[in-house]
Every structure is written in C-alpha cells, then in structure tokens.
Design a protein around this ligand. Structure first.
Ligand code: G
Ligand code: G
Ligand code: MN
Ligand code: NA
Length: 253
C-alpha cells in the first residue's frame, strides 16, 4: 500500500520517464524504437519489472498506461518536424489490463487527437496473455483501435500461451521474436530452428518480424540471412532517455 501511494505520487510528479530503444532494418537503417518505461525515484532508476505488476494489481496501470501513450504520441507529433525522425515507428507496450478497459479505444482516440500524432506510426505491443481473455471482446477492441490507424504486434512470441489460430483471428501487423530464442541462436541449434520457423510463419501470415535482444554479430547475421525484417538489442543500441534518443538520431546540424 505504501508502494502504491509512492507510485501514485510518482505519477503525479512526473517521475515515470520514457526510454527509447532503437530498431533497425537489415541494412542497418533506423526504422523505429520501442518505448520502455522507467521510474526515476530520486536517484534510483527503477525498471518496469519492479512496478508494472503492482500497477496492474492496484489499477494504476490505466493512468500510467495513458501517460505512456500520451508522451509517446507527443514524441511522434514532434518528430514530424525532423526528416530523420519523421519516418520512425514507435512501439508501446500495452498491458492486458488496458485491453480489458472498454474506454481504452476512446482514450486512444482522444490522445491521438490532442497530440496530432500520426496514428500510422504507432504500434501497440501485446503479449500472448491477452489471448487468455475474452476473445470476442479483445478482437473487437483491437479492431476499434486499428480503425484509428494504429497497429498491433505480438511481443515475446513463442514463450507463452500461443496458438497459431490467434495469428489468423487477431488483427496483428508484426511478431516480436522473444530474446530468449535470439540469445540461444549460437548455443543451441534448436533455438536457431525456432527462430527460422517463426520467421517463416510471419511471412506466411504477412506479418513483419522484429527480433529482440540482439547482442552479437553472429546473431545479427543469422537473423538477416533468415529474412528477419528488423531488430533491436544491445549490439545495435541500448534504451536511451527520450531526449537523448532524439538528440542521437535527429537530423544533424
Ligand atoms: O525495459 P525492460 O527490458 O526492463 O522491460 C521489461 C519489460 O517491461 C518489457 O518486457 C516490457 O514488456 C515491460 N514494459 C516496459 N515498459 C512498459 C510500459 O510502458 N507498459 C507496460 N505495460 N509494460 C512495459
Ligand atoms: O517488451 P520487452 O519485455 O520485450 O522489453 C524488452 C526488454 O529487453 C527491455 O527491458 C530491454 O531493456 C531489454 N533488452 C533490450 N535489448 C536487450 C538485449 O540485447 N539483451 C538483453 N538481455 N535485454 C535487452
Ligand atoms: Mn515489448
Ligand atoms: Na520481449
């Protein structure tokens, strides 16, 4: 409860900060970024694994999630004025609790409207846990949001409650290969085969594919050869505070 009050206070004080991790295509061109939330509590920078679960239990995830979407859309709107940033897509993690909220599509529309963000540049990342929800309700909500121009990707693909049937039923634009498979590419041939199978599956379903957790050149080469369209990881770029990300990748001069 004390942690809860502290989080609530942190949200009102603007302590939840957006970091951006760059994403690149196979030719090494910057194509977008994933937004990763951090809690700057005095001198401590706290990662999402320490607070998202609590925020979900307390319901704070709804205003917190709106804060993340609002700031992300502000960034997308701002980026339209810089040629190097204007073509980037921004991927935002969305909790299943947000997808359960019937008001979520309307809140999304209000944020897009208020910020003037180009909806086509926003992608919401869901995890396979949404597929344990009421399927009709979730697909309906996804379609409402898609009709605004926003797209969806499936995060941590292959690790959870996945059924290939979902790839057909849900309006998805991309799959993200979980970093555990990428990590094991050079270690265990089975992981390489899983990665190849996921890429083949994505192609069949006409989905883009993003590999996460690319840490070395051998992994990158394997993914490029396998036909993976984009990737992110410490080899290519660490998550940076939004302002530093903009500074690093904006048009020089
Ligand atoms: O940044 P880091 O690798 O520590 O993120 C860990 C996990 O926290 C990620 O897998 C991501 O799904 C989740 N996460 C990061 N930012 C957000 C956010 O803004 N909202 C939600 N719901 N989850 C997030
Ligand atoms: O949404 P998701 O849980 O997949 O978030 C990605 C997480 O992975 C973030 O917390 C980010 O800090 C982390 N991450 C990003 N790149 C790498 C990487 O190359 N290696 C590892 N181990 N973690 C990474
Ligand atoms: Mn993610
Ligand atoms: Na992931």
């Amino acid at each position: 409860a004390a942690f809860d009050a502290s989080m609530r206070n942190g949200l009102s004080m603007g302590q939840f900060r957006l970091f951006c991790q760059p994403q690149f295509d196979t030719r090494g061109r910057l194509v977008g970024a994933e937004v990763l939330l951090r809690w700057q509590r005095d001198d401590d920078l706290i990662g999402p694994e320490h607070f998202i679960g609590f925020a979900e239990e307390s319901g704070l995830i709804l205003p917190l999630g709106e804060h993340v979407l609002e700031e992300s859309c502000r960034a997308l709107a701002r980026w339209q004025h810089d040629p190097a940033l204007a073509r980037l897509k921004l991927a935002v993690n969305v909790s299943v609790h947000q997808m359960r909220d019937a008001d979520f599509p309307a809140a999304m529309a209000t944020i897009l409207d208020g910020t003037g963000a180009p909806a086509g540049r926003l992608c919401l990342e869901l995890t396979e846990s949404v597929f344990a929800e009421n399927m009709l309700e979730i697909t309906h909500r996804m379609h409402e949001i898609c009709s605004q121009g926003v797209s969806f990707s499936l995060d941590d693909f292959g690790t959870g409650y996945s059924s290939l049937a979902y790839l057909k039923r849900f309006p998805l634009s991309a799959l993200k290969i979980d970093r555990s498979f990428v990590h094991d590419i050079g270690i265990d041939p089975g992981s390489g085969s899983i990665v190849e199978a996921i890429i083949a599956l994505a192609h069949k379903f006409k989905l883009d594919i993003v590999a996460e957790g690319v840490e070395d050149e051998a992994q990158r080469r394997f993914l490029v050869k396998g036909g993976c369209s984009s990737m992110q990881g410490f080899l290519l770029g660490r998550p940076l505070p939004m302002a530093e990300f903009e500074q690093m990748y904006r048009t020089a001069g």
